[in-house]
Write a protein that binds this ligand. Sequence first.
Ligand SMILES: *Cc1c(COP(=O)(O)O)cnc(C)c1O
Length: 364
Amino acid sequence: MMKKHNRSYNFGAGPAMLPEEILRQAQEELLNWQHSGMSIVEISHRTPEFSDLVSETEHDFRKLASIPNNYRVLFLAAPARAQFAMIPMNLLRGKKQADYIETGIWSKLAIEEAQRYAEVNVAASSASTRYREIPERNSWKLNENAAYVYFTHNETINGVIFPDVPSVDDVPLVCDMTSSLLTQPLDITRYGLVFAGSQKNIAPAGLTLVIIRNDLLGDALPITPSIFNYELLDSYQSLYYTPTSFSIYMAGLMFKWLKSQGGISEMWRRNLHKAQTFYNFIDQSDFYYNSIEKNYRSHCNIPFQLRNETLLSLFLEEAQKANLTALKGHRLLGGLRASFYNAMPQAGVDSLIEFMEHFRSNHV
Ligand SMILES: *Cc1c(COP(=O)(O)O)cnc(C)c1O
């Protein structure tokens, strides 16, 4: 039978697994953080200790992701989806139109929200293939009056990812990297703005990181709420309102952990290996399958199906007993999904494959 582990391997897309080391450190520091006699969630965000934590966390993030000085980094208390509104509000900058690339459920929702503030041109869409691929760059119909071009790097629900950074002329490229930031090297200089919610791959929920090129700050739509105004938030070093202190602290621990593991290039090597092992297993199987075009398969989130769908609830039940949790597919797609973020070890992927082989042999 399957080995039992104390902690489950959590394959959920988010909130997702965090490294045990940093959970233990947080546990240890909870009653008395840095000799303050208080926990991180009790200390005022107006103390020097807290602003030092924010600066150090930003510094570590900049080193890890190679963010140069002409980009600002904001730590916002907001879900990732707040950016769906904040981006048009802040980045139209006197224009009315914006280009969006529709590649799955998250980009579709971003389009719907942006339509409240902008004239949205869907420059390319893979909806007709049910989001099984990313539209080739040479098929995009960009609008020359667009204020920016928006895309979703990794579609968490559909399991497709951009294989490279699309090139655009002279217009800011804006990207949702909620489920892929720090899983592979990033060339931020290709972008005007990149954002990521924390709960997929970085920290507990509640925090969103925004990386924005300096020259794009300012000139927000007059209706923009103050708490949504990038320029204002930046002028307060992300402390305009009470920040999500615990998530910032956990993100800081995560950045140090990533550095100790060898940084992003090492994570990328491990992530590719995890995904490759899993896709190889699925592709040679007559029992499971994944229907995403090979060039666009995500290394972060892998939706897959059982050829015999009637076994789905039994699969989930038995997986849970083997401490392999949260494998149920998104409610909009059904089936199964395994997410392999930075904190998922190769051993977790290997255990999942072992379980799947075992399940198959009992049910063919
Ligand atoms: C999860 C996710 C979101 C939404 O995150 P919330 O914090 O729930 O708003 C947006 N985009 C992508 C790519 C996601 O994976």
